[in-house]
Ligand binder design. Structure first.
Ligand code: GAR
Length: 190
């Protein structure tokens, strides 16, 4: 059975690119839509290059209407994949897609999660705390930041001399390797 994914991303979209690459040629999984909250996000170029329909959201539509949920339903989306999407998901969308919204966080939750904990902020905090390990967490999305059910974690050793940027680079490699695999498993188990 064909499964259809929508990727939500706010920025550079390197995870989105890896997900697209992973499912290219997979007859069972289709990246059917890319959604961004920024009209100049690089992920929109990626959508264009891959001929994938894309949508840019305004805060008003996202938080005060069910237009997005309706659109996703009309497009028969099975799973929403957040890949560096920075807006908190509203209850209407969570109710429309129960246990069908996935997020990746670039740290070992519950540590270093929550509002404002995204991108380099996370890695700076890890470095400041002199953590010996960090990694990735893939989880279902609920109504708060980074508190949904954890499905997968992978950790790595932080070298004491690493800068926040070096930590980010090592963590991103884990994201690129494991996010597509976890999405695949989730879709094909469902
Ligand atoms: C990724 O590192 C992702 O884990 C992080 O944003 C980056 C997006 O990179 N997400 C969060 O911090 C969510 N709290 P990308 O646009 O290159 O995929």
């Amino acid at each position: 059975m064909l499964r259809r994914i929508a990727i939500f991303a706010s920025g550079r979209g390197s995870n989105a690119a890896k997900i697209l690459e992973y499912f290219e040629g997979d007859s069972e999984v289709d990246v059917a839509l890319i959604v961004s909250n920024k009209n100049n996000a690089k992920v929109l170029d990626l959508a264009f290059e891959h001929k994938i329909p894309s949508r840019v959201l305004s805060k008003k539509v996202f938080y005060n209407s069910d237009a997005l949920a309706k659109h996703l339903k009309s497009q028969k989306i099975d799973l929403i994949v957040l890949a560096g999407f920075l807006w908190l998901i509203p209850p209407t969308l969570i109710e429309a897609f129960p246990d069908k919204i996935l997020n990746i966080h670039p740290a070992l939750l519950p540590k270093y999660g929550g509002k404002n904990m995204y991108g380099i902020n996370v890695h700076k905090a890890v470095r400041r705390a002199k953590e010996k390990r960090t990694g990735i967490t893939i989880h279902l999305v609920d109504e708060k930041y980074d508190t949904g059910k954890i499905l997968f974690k992978k950790s790595l050793t932080v070298k004491p001399e690493w800068t926040a940027e070096q930590i980010a680079e090592a963590v991103l490699k884990l994201e690129h390797k494991f996010y597509p695999q976890v999405i695949d498993k989730l879709l094909k188990e469902a």
